[in-house]
Design a protein around this ligand. Structure first.
Ligand code: OAD
Length: 245
């Protein structure tokens, strides 16, 4: 990765760094992405499984799909890319992980300062009053109700819903003020999250994209690496470590 040599020498321990991730960072943990040929949305209709209308029409179908995903996630382990972020976070004093993923693998890998833009599959909330239910061990395959009478659902963001406002604001503020961003394993298609690499770039950050496939952001990336996250990110870490340690 000769091209990265020019990247590392402009950064130091106080550089502000963002790791922006999508489903692809968990692919090597065995967790399905959404838009790859074998991804969820090649098999299922997102409007049936990830929308308010779909949930109200057939809550058990939706709850079972999330329970199956939760089970697969619980059996999976963080991979070399997640672990590499923990290494990076020891190298750089000021870093944030911004993820579109709901799987919680960043946290399990020991990553810090995590902003979850699309919620967390291990949590539930009331569809009416918003009360949170921490339920990592509960299968939740059938519909339960909150004391207010509302339906209990996964605490994830569905199509047509707003992202958690404070989290989104923090993510944009971080993107507008970072020096370096890694955008890892995201198709960069779902807004507003997909705006973040563009935002960072337009404010002068150096942006490194890691993805086996090109994305709508690739042409603007300072470096766009066609590789798996678990292979590329540890290599970048070695380069940055050699320069900054
Ligand atoms: P996508 O499924 O849209 O994109 C996954 C990306 O990961 C693709 O660009 C792949 O090329 C790439 N990829 C696959 N394997 C990889 C690997 N080993 N290393 C690195 N990259 C790899 O997933 P997201 O961009 O996260 O929203 O999708 C954004 C949102 O759309 C998701 O959060 C979800 C979905 O609908 C909600 O559920 C609200």
């Amino acid at each position: 990765m000769a091209e990265t040599i020019t990247a590392t020498d402009r950064f130091h321990r106080d550089s502000r760094v963002i790791f922006f991730s999508g489903a692809g960072i968990s692919a090597e943990s065995g967790i399905s992405t959404f838009r790859d040929p074998e991804g969820h949305w090649s098999k299922y209709d997102p409007m049936k499984l990830a929308s308010q209308a779909g949930f109200l029409e057939d809550p058990d179908l939706v709850l079972n799909w999330y329970a199956d995903r939760r089970r697969a996630i619980n059996q999976a382990q963080p991979n070399a890319a997640h672990r590499s972020i923990s290494d990076f976070q020891k190298l750089f004093r000021d870093s944030v992980v911004i993820t579109q993923n709901v799987d919680g693998l960043h946290e399990r890998a020991g990553n810090r300062n995590i902003l979850e833009l699309h919620g967390n599959i291990h949590r539930h909330k009331c569809n009416s009053c918003g009360k949170n239910f921490e339920s990592p061990d509960i299968e939740m395959r059938t519909l339960n109700h909150c004391e207010c009478g509302g339906k209990i659902r996964p605490d994830v963001v569905w199509f047509g819903e707003s992202l958690p406002l404070q989290t989104l604001q923090n993510a944009f503020e971080a993107a507008q003020n970072c020096d370096l961003m890694f955008t890892i394993g995201t198709s960069t298609q779902i807004y507003p999250a997909a705006q973040l690499p563009f935002e960072a770039k337009s404010r002068g950050a150096f942006v490194i994209e890691i993805n086996p496939e090109p994305t709508p952001f690739s042409a603007q990336a300072d470096i766009s690496v066609r590789d798996d996250a678990g292979s590329a990110l540890p290599k970048f870490y070695e380069e940055f470590y050699a320069q900054i340690k």
